[in-house]
Design a protein around this ligand. Structure first.
Ligand code: NAD
Length: 455
């Protein structure tokens, strides 16, 4: 693919102003939704080939999320796209001030592999909704899903509006040499830095949706059964390959034993210990499979670690007596391994989290308002939940994004629309009246009026 000519063609199409038209945008979103619906079977087959993800979980965690985002855009776009009138001071009398949301232009969306449809298509529909054109570069790791998206979108849209470019590091590097008006990247912190550097050459604004180690505080007063249930579900969903999965648990020492046995009970109730099934999938590739095995220290094994290399299967695994110095605590796990650390003093646990890069998410299981507020007040993280994990992502009214090493910018709902828009500020003055007060000579009376006007 000649990226330069695709981007030039998108620039021309954007300059025709067609994408700014609300009815055009709404029609394209409806078209994307109906294409996805028509091709659901093909999308399910592709993802199953990539990592044996079941149709139901693909619907639940991927397609339904994209449909939901499209539905919100269809409902709210008109309102979000409106000029907004704002007040101004006497200095600008007589006149009015308003803000015009405008699309940024030609955008590049780079996706990650772990939720390949959701993480590529949600930013894509948001960019389209805001009136941009899109070059989408899905992750090459799940090759079948990348190809399915390319087939559906490239066969049904003109590349001067939406173009899916398949490929890996070489193709992404070549794309990043081009000039875009916005880059939306989902992936690792390491590659996020490469994207940020490439964008800096053209002062291109970026949204970086990155990863990190998301802590989960379990305090002694928590509802033990529901805490274990929610953590187990969130950790082992997608076989732990979720950016906002609870990476590790910090449990109060006094309930460590009860917590571990409640976790064990939940795992045994919901997961087969020896095979892939509808609610449990493969590790994405051999490289990650081997990396994850290297993080399981047999001395800390509480349960799990049943493996099958041929199927890239690792059963839900829990590690106990883990310390901050263990290998499993040195990198984002991104797999079905749950290390459990203990604490006796909450401040010490908070300080340990704060000494590390700011996480994408943080979860607190407790009803103790004082302690909850202490954690919320002291620990900086992208977003999170109290007495739940992951589910904050399902509310489009909550901006979704990281902070520090876990990312910059956010999306979902109106925040997504804003991240693909520029807000142009306009002052419109009345032409027929001109007050002399700002002009020279600066007489005493004018000075007095200026001071009175400006405060
Ligand atoms: P990754 O950074 O390896 O790859 C992401 C994208 O970057 C892919 O499209 C890939 O082709 C491209 N890429 C890879 N290496 C590159 C290079 N050297 N130069 C240019 N482009 C390159 O990430 P991944 O393995 O696909 O995803 C896992 C990471 O993403 C985890 O850290 C996870 O936490 C994070 N993640 C974050 C979110 C979020 O919403 N914040 C969601 C999912 C995953």
């Amino acid at each position: 693919m000649n990226y330069h000519s695709i981007i030039a063609a998108q620039q021309d199409f954007f300059n025709s102003n067609k994408t700014k038209d609300l009815s055009f945008r709404l029609a394209q979103l409806k078209k994307i939704k109906s294409l996805l619906k028509q091709n659901e079977e093909m999308l399910y087959e592709a993802i199953y080939k990539d990592f044996k993800k079941s149709a139901h979980e693909t619907y639940l965690t991927e397609l339904s999320q994209v449909y939901h985002e499209i539905d919100i855009l269809l409902k709210k776009l008109k309102h979000w796209s409106k000029r907004k009138r704002v007040t101004h001071g006497l200095a600008n009398f007589p006149g009015k001030s308003f803000i015009i949301p405008e699309p940024l232009g030609v955008t590049l969306v780079i996706g990650a592999w772990n939720y390949p449809y959701n993480l590529s298509l949600t930013p894509l529909v948001t960019a389209i909704g805001a009136g941009n054109t899109v070059v989408l570069k899905p992750s090459e790791i799940p090759t079948h899903t990348a190809h399915a998206m390319a087939t559906i979108l490239n066969e049904n849209f003109d590349p001067n509006f939406i173009c899916v470019c398949e490929g890996g590091v070489a193709e992404t590097t070549a794309l990043l040499e081009e000039k875009f008006d916005k880059i939306f990247f989902t992936g690792s912190t390491t590659v996020g830095k490469i994207v940020y550097q490439a964008a800096a050459k053209n002062l291109t604004p970026v949204t970086l949706e990155l990863g990190g180690k998301s802590p989960t505080f379990v305090l002694a007063d928590c509802h033990l059964k529901n805490t274990a249930k929610r953590i187990v579900w969130a950790k082992f969903l997608n076989a732990g390959q979720t950016c906002i999965a609870p990476d590790y648990v910090l449990v109060e020492k006094s309930i460590e034993k009860e917590f571990l046995s409640a976790v064990k009970e939940e795992i045994e109730a919901h997961y087969d210990q020896h095979k892939i099934e509808e609610n449990y999938l493969q590790i994405i590739n051999d490289q990650n499979y081997k990396r994850l095995l290297g993080l399981i220290d047999a001395r800390n094994l509480y349960m799990g670690a049943n493996t099958n290399a041929e199927d890239r299967f690792i059963s839900p695994t829990v590690l106990q007596n883990v310390t901050w110095d263990d290998p499993v605590m040195q990198e984002e796990i991104f797999g079905p391994i749950l290390p459990v650390l203990t604490f006796t003093d909450l401040q010490t646990a908070i300080d340990a989290v704060k000494a590390r890069p700011k996480p994408l998410s943080c979860y607190i299981y407790s009803d103790n308002t004082v302690q909850i507020e202490k954690i919320l007040n002291e620990v900086s993280f992208g977003g999170g939940a109290i007495n739940d994990s992951i589910m904050h992502l399902t509310n489009s009214k909550l901006p979704f994004g990281g902070v520090g090493m876990s990312g910059m910018g956010a999306y979902h709902g109106e925040t997504g629309f804003q991240s693909f828009s520029h807000y142009k500020s306009i002052l419109k003055k009345t032409s027929w009246l001109e007050l002399p007060v700002k002009y020279t000579p600066y007489t005493d009376s004018k000075k007095k009026i200026i001071k009175w006007l400006m405060g």
